[in-house]
Each structure stands twice: as structure tokens, then as C-alpha cells.
Design a binder for this molecule. Structure first.
Ligand SMILES: [Zn+2]
Length: 262
């Protein structure tokens, strides 16, 4: 045995540089930004982001100071486009018919510091929250987990409700540049450059945690994946997978719940 990885395990290329589809199935409906965000809430509610009223998704579009966000009091599964509110950089509602909780500061201060984090998702899906309760990160035991390679950070200390800009700034400083953050005894923050990327990451994460948990309870060691293969797979999943995941999830949603667009 040596410490040097064999040549076959050097980083693989992946993503659109290796193969780009000539065409992908469209959603079939042109969505405005509020409709797109409302679809994101319901898609993720179907994927376990459904602890009744908990959590936000914020979307600060490039060049904008304001953010689109869900209002206080509606469950993610019932949000429609006309429910989406707009807040300024300090979290004050500037448009929309509902109110927004001060917990929005988890998001405002992250947007302020992170040019890459155009979309910030926070909630408490079950298997993610199980990991945060145990204070462990999930082992990446399946190829879809490759998308989280090197991207997860754990903020261990539970600090209670993050309901001021100062507390949001402290948390943002601890988060740094991580795209995925496990909050001890609390839940998850997932960021993305686009709605498609952030939703795909979030939807894949709770499943990755469930797989990790199922492996943990067997008491057996999972097979190891080579880091080099995971690097290529990560690029392919995020670059190719995100847009087609979102389009397919929205097509399925619109067949069942067309009122999301109202
Ligand atoms: Zn929370």
C-alpha cells in the first residue's frame, strides 16, 4: 500500500465539458419569477421540506437588492405565486400581501456576504435533522452523494432563533463559503447560484442523509467510492442534472397542483 492514489483514481472530468445534451424536455409553461419560486416551495415540500411553517427560500436575483421570499404562516405545500413577498436587504417587506418573520436574517446576511448564494434554502427535513441532532455529517454512500463532495460544513452550536441582523451576520461568518451547512440541533442551509441548482441540491440532500442513516443502522461499512470518480460525478450532477431535475419536478407538480401558478 502507498499513500499515492493509483492513476485510475485521479480526478475525472465530468459535466457539460464531457457531454452536453442537444435538447432537454421543457417545463412546457413559461414561468415568471414568483411562479418559479412558488414551484420550488412545493417541489421541496414533496421532498420532505415540510415541517409545517418552518423555513424560507430566498432568491436575490442578480443585480437586485431585494429578495423574493415566502411569507410567515403558510406551509410550503400551499404557497402559490401570489403569496410570494419581497423584502429589502434588511428584511423589511416592500411588496406582497403577507408578513415575513425576523428569522429572515439567516438569509439576508448570507446574501450580503456571498455573491454565489443567489438562492438560500433553510428548513428541517427529517433525515437531515436526524444528523444535526446526532452532531454528525452523512457519509456519502451513493453516487448522488458525490454532489456534496467538499461542500458540507457543520455549525455545531445551537444558538436559538436567529432573529436579528447581528445574529444572522455571526452565523454567516461561521458558514463562510460552504454551499451546504448543517446547523446543530436545528436543520439545513443550502445555497445555489440558481433556483434549479439550489433545489436539486436540497432535494438530493435529505435522501443522501436517509441512505447514510440506513447504512449506519446496519452496522456495516459501506463500499468506498474513489474520490477521483466522485469529482467527475459531482460536475455531471450539478451541471447537467440540476436543470432537468427541476423541469421534471415542476412538470409533475403542475399536473397535480396547477393552482401553484395563481
Ligand atoms: Zn430553522
Amino acid at each position: 500500500m502507498t499513500d499515492t492514489l493509483p492513476a485510475a483514481d485521479s480526478d475525472r472530468k465530468g459535466g457539460l465539458g464531457v457531454w452536453a445534451p442537444k435538447i432537454t424536455p421543457p417545463i412546457g409553461v413559461d414561468l415568471d419569477d414568483e411562479q418559479k419560486l412558488a414551484c420550488a416551495f412545493r417541489v421541496l415540500a414533496r421532498e420532505g421540506f415540510s415541517e409545517n411553517i418552518a423555513g424560507h427560500i430566498t432568491w436575490q436575483r442578480p443585480g437586485e437588492e431585494t429578495m423574493l421570499v415566502n411569507p410567515w404562516g403558510l406551509w410550503w405545500r400551499e404557497i402559490s405565486a401570489s403569496d410570494i413577498c419581497e423584502v429589502d436587504a434588511g428584511g423589511t417587506v416592500v411588496a406582497g400581501r403577507w408578513d415575513v418573520t425576523p428569522a429572515i436574517h439567516i438569509h439576508t446576511e448570507l446574501h450580503r456576504r456571498r455573491a454565489d448564494a443567489r438562492v438560500v434554502i433553510h428548513n428541517h427535513p427529517n433525515y437531515v435533522t436526524l444528523m444535526t441532532a446526532l452532531g454528525v455529517l452523512p457519509d456519502l454512500v451513493h453516487q448522488t452523494g458525490s454532489m456534496f463532495l467538499d461542500d458540507i460544513r457543520f455549525v455545531q452550536e445551537y444558538t436559538g432563533e436567529v432573529d436579528t441582523a447581528d445574529l444572522g451576520a455571526d452565523l454567516a461568518a461561521e458558514i463562510g463559503d460552504a454551499p451546504v451547512v448543517f446547523l446543530g440541533s436545528h436543520g439545513i442551509i443550502v445555497t445555489g447560484a440558481t433556483i434549479e441548482e439550489a433545489v436539486y441540491r436540497a432535494a438530493s440532500l435529505d435522501r443522501a442523509c436517509r441512505l447514510a442513516y440506513d447504512v449506519m443502522v446496519t452496522g456495516r461499512q459501506p463500499l468506498a467510492m474513489g474520490r477521483g470518480q466522485m469529482v467527475g460525478m459531482k460536475a455531471s450532477l450539478l451541471e447537467r442534472g440540476a436543470p432537468v431535475y427541476f423541469a421534471g419536478a415542476v412538470r409533475a407538480l403542475l399536473r397535480d397542483e396547477p393552482d401553484v401558478l395563481t
